[in-house]
Design a protein around this ligand. Structure first.
Ligand code: AMP
Length: 191
């Protein structure tokens, strides 16, 4: 079973991906984690990505597609995987289809976690106020910037999967356990 977890920053994709990995033995492919590891290890990919990530922008489609194409070749992906944070543009979605088709694979479902963005921002602001200081305030600004990028570049991917009949939208503002149950209920039958 190959899944995509989709949704804006703060929707809880990482938490739910970890649970899906555990429950179904799928590989968890977080492109954000992969890029952060590359930055840490100072690889050529990391050097190219570092400043772009710090600015809250998207790295190039070509760079991230190469990273994902290599990763899905790894043995732990043979039984299936969860993509978390990819695809983030329509070009990435199309490239993903192509790379999977070459391997005789496909995406079985796209799970979208929807959020109330005002509530999301209020939560982060609440946390910032509690901890105090400039750094916490930065988080609010960064979240807003990343939400803007999500709307401009990533949300347009949704119709692509809706038209294929793969999209399942789930209210991500419920408790983590309720979201997990809703995802499980939305998974394809054969899984
Ligand atoms: P994330 O942890 O998924 O929010 O990713 C952190 C950062 O990595 C993003 O803000 C982007 O700069 C970069 N990134 C992760 N995934 C992608 C992607 N699919 N396309 C472009 N940039 C990405």
């Amino acid at each position: 079973m190959n899944l995509i977890l989709f949704g804006p920053p703060g929707a809880g994709k990482g938490t739910q991906a970890a649970r899906l990995k555990e429950a179904h033995g799928l590989a968890h492919l977080s492109t954000g984690d992969m890029l952060r590891a590359a930055v840490e290890a100072k690889t050529p990919v990391g050097k190219e990505a570092e400043a772009i990530m710090a600015a809250g922008k998207l790295v190039s489609d070509e760079l991230i597609c190469n990273v994902v194409a290599d990763r899905i070749e790894e043995p732990d992906c043979a039984k299936g995987f969860i993509l978390d944070g990819f695809p983030r543009t329509l070009a990435q979605a199309e490239a993903l289809d192509e790379m999977l088709a070459k391997k005789g694979k496909s995406i079985d479902a796209v799970i979208e976690l929807t959020v109330d963005e005002d509530e999301l921002i209020r939560r982060i602001e609440g946390r910032a106020a509690e901890s105090g200081g400039a750094r916490a305030d930065d988080n609010v600004e960064t979240l807003k910037k990343r939400l803007d990028v999500y709307h401009a570049q990533t949300a347009p991917v949704l119709p692509f999967y809706r038209e294929k009949g793969l999209l399942r939208s789930i209210d991500g503002m419920q408790s983590m356990d309720a979201v997990t149950r809703a995802i499980e209920a939305a998974l394809p039958e054969a899984a």
